[in-house]
Ligand binder design. Sequence first.
Ligand code: IMP
Ligand code: MG
Length: 178
Amino acid sequence: MRTLLTESEIADRVRMLGQQITGDYQGQPLLVVGVLHGSVVLVADLIRSIATPHQMAFVRASSYRGSTTVHGELVTTLDGLPDVSGRHVLLIDDIFDTGRTLERLSQEIRARQPASLRAAVLLWKRERQEVASQPDYFAFEIPDEFVVGYGLDYNGDYRHLPYIAVLEADDLATPSSN
Ligand code: IMP
Ligand code: MG
């Protein structure tokens, strides 16, 4: 594994993102909606830098099948979402890869008529983008490599790492329990 972003680089950028969001919403109450499970670390850190009053909710999305890093069918679940009509919603995910997850969730949330909807991610693999929309906020643009840590997993592992690391071919081939 190779470290791509250190703990302190992430902390600095996440704090800046929180300040940017605070400035943009100018005190309007927000509903922060995290996408399980990958966003939990970012949500926990980011909300502590958002000074605008806000509440929190989580939705689910999964697009990886089994232990591969290849996208499978995208399944979303909005059971955890309260009434968003007339509210300012900030959707938060770990990474904007092809963009299909955030595009689908945005469509589903927009259908419930929020006052506004924006999306924030930690990482953006810009060269992989397959949809027309782009994240409104991102902390880092990264190359097309498979990364783990700070919420991002490989087959359920590595989410707890405080930094972002690139998984090399060897890491992908061996069991993740080492
Ligand atoms: P998208 O729909 O292609 O944008 O994929 C978004 C989802 O795929 C993210 O929420 C992640 O769960 C997962 N994903 C995409 N790239 C990576 C990666 O490099 N490491 C871990 N998970 C990833
Ligand atoms: Mg995810």
